[in-house]
Ligand binder design. Sequence first.
Ligand SMILES: Cc1ncc(COP(=O)(O)O)c(C=O)c1O
Length: 324
Amino acid sequence: MTVTVSATLAVNEALNEKRRQGVRVLPLGFGEAGLPVHPVMRDRLSAGNGANAYGPVAGSAALREAAAGYWGRRGLPTEPDMVIAGPGSKPLLYSLLLEIGGDTAIAAPSWVSYAAQSRLVGQRPIMVPTATGQGGVPQPDLLHAAVTDAREQGRTVNAVVVTVPDNPTGTVADVETVRRLAEVARELDLLIISDEIYRDLVHVDAQGTERTVVHSPAEYAPERTVISTGLSKNLALGGWRIGVLRLPDSEIGHRLRGGLLGVASEIWSSPAAPVQEAASYAFTEPTELVDHVDRSRRLHGIVARAVADVFTRAGATVANPCAA
Ligand SMILES: Cc1ncc(COP(=O)(O)O)c(C=O)c1O
């Protein structure tokens, strides 16, 4: 199969070429903020640079414990054993699709890589539209119809991918949509893959108030929801390549864990050790990093609202961006 370079990475390279030519560009293609690395993270990475052993396939105990604490503080108690770390959430998502098998339902529009990865593992993605303002979550009734229809045609459909908060729309599906999605997934026995990499980048409005509450499908279908996240967006560390999965503490989750570790062990062996040391610190959410993320989401909010205004003035219909 011929796989072309991911549209988001391709646009990044095209923009870099324009910059080299001295052209001023406003990058709107890739989820990369261009913000500097927080000094404390630089120090932690340097301090870890003597760590040269491969380490456990699932990631270090310190990192898995810290990530479990991160989710615990968001109302999702987590066993460190049900956390798997990898070199970015993107390869973790790919391994999941590979491991789950069958076809996958994906929101339209959504981040370009879900459908591309699904094709890469030999699936035929089932694209299901989202409602305006409910980005990242396929409309539950349409999901029900699309999966039922595909199954009637003899296809196997095993999972649905959701993004909360959403990229590319910058919206956050409300609690009713997430709850209904969870119900449909349970009814149809679908695994939910919830990409929550933008969770901490909920915008703060001009008055400094945060109005949007993020609900994870793991609150409503805990037995069948896998969450992915990482440090690429909230701490702008995409180039460090570190991500984590939270598997459900259920029969499904334990089965997946074994399969995923097998895939991980044959592809990346273990995440980069010095990066894991720095990430372990970040996931404990020390005050200086929480302040850094706070300032960053304030900035994201200002920029996203300004860009949405430009499009609205040009006559486009744009749902209010409130995160990511
Ligand atoms: C929705 C979404 N999920 C995942 C990723 C990839 O994140 P990572 O750097 O953890 O592989 C991106 C980055 O562009 C993204 O926009």
